[in-house]
Design a protein. Structure first.
Length: 238
C-alpha cells in the first residue's frame, strides 16, 4: 500500500513539474514575441505626442530676408549646368558646387531663383538648417534663420499639398501664381504647427519648441490660411 501511494505521489509531482515547465516555456515564448514585435509607425506616435495644447501662443512674424548677391554671383548662378547632366538638374549641380565652395549665400539664392520647385524648397531648408552649424550666430540671428526655414517649409507645403483631396497644381500653374505676395505673408506657428510640414525634421522640431514652445494645433497650411490659397488660385492667369 505504501508503495502504491508513493507511485501516485511521484506521478503527481512529475505531472506538476511537467505542467510548470510547459507554462514557463509558453510565457517565455510570449515574452520573446512581445519583444520582437515591430513598433507602431513613428509618424503616428509622433503626431499623437505633439498634439498637446500649450498655454504659449507664439507667432512667427519673421519675413524672409532678401539675399543680396553680387553681379558676379548672380551671373554664376544663371550659368548652364554641365552638358552631360539633364537640364532639369542643372540648378542642383550649381547649388552643390556653391555649397562645396562654402558660398551658402549663393547656394541659397540659386534655390530661391528656382522656386516653386519642391526640390528648391527642400535644398533651401537644408542650407538654412546648416547655417548655424557653419557660423557663429547670436540667438536672435539663429531665430531669424529658424523663421526663414519655417516659412520655407510652410510655403512648400502650401503649394505642393499631397494630402487626400488636395487640389493639385502643375509646376507651370504654380509659376503663374502671384508668389511674390508670399514673401510678406505672416504664418502663425501656433495655428499651423509642424506635424503636417514634410520639410520639417526632428532637429527642427526641437529648435521650434525651444524658441516658440508647443503650437496650439497642427494642420495643413491650406487649412490654416484658406483665404490665402484662394487668392493665389484666383489670381492665377487662365
Amino acid at each position: 500500500m505504501l508503495v502504491f501511494f508513493s507511485i501516485i505521489l511521484a506521478l503527481l509531482v512529475t505531472g506538476a513539474t511537467v505542467y510548470g515547465l510547459h507554462r514557463y516555456q509558453a510565457m517565455e515564448v510570449e515574452y520573446t514575441v512581445a519583444r520582437t514585435m515591430p513598433l507602431p509607425p513613428l509618424h503616428e506616435g509622433f503626431q499623437a505626442g505633439i498634439s498637446a495644447r500649450s498655454s504659449n501662443k507664439p507667432q512667427v512674424d519673421i519675413p524672409i530676408q532678401e539675399r543680396k548677391t553680387s553681379e558676379a554671383e548672380r551671373a554664376a548662378s544663371t550659368q548652364p549646368g554641365p552638358a552631360s547632366g539633364p537640364k532639369s538638374s542643372a540648378w542642383q549641380a550649381r547649388v552643390n558646387a556653391a555649397k562645396k565652395s562654402g558660398n551658402l549665400d549663393l547656394a541659397y539664392q540659386i534655390c530661391v531663383d528656382n522656386y516653386p520647385l519642391w526640390g528648391a524648397y527642400n535644398q533651401a531648408c537644408i542650407i538654412l538648417r546648416s547655417r548655424p552649424k557653419s557660423m557663429k550666430l547670436s540667438r536672435a540671428e539663429r531665430e531669424t534663420l529658424l523663421g526663414e526655414l519655417y516659412r520655407c517649409a510652410v510655403v512648400a507645403e502650401l503649394l505642393h499639398d499631397k494630402s487626400d483631396g488636395a487640389e493639385h497644381r502643375t509646376l507651370n500653374q504654380l509659376k503663374q501664381m502671384p508668389l511674390t505676395m508670399l514673401a510678406e505673408q505672416e504664418f502663425d506657428y501656433s495655428a499651423i504647427g509642424y506635424a503636417e510640414l514634410r520639410l520639417i525634421r526632428k532637429s527642427d522640431v526641437k529648435l521650434l519648441q525651444t524658441h516658440w514652445g508647443r503650437p496650439e494645433t497642427h494642420q495643413l497650411p491650406r487649412q490654416a490660411v484658406p483665404d490665402l490659397w484662394q487668392t493665389l488660385t484666383q489670381k492665377q492667369p487662365a
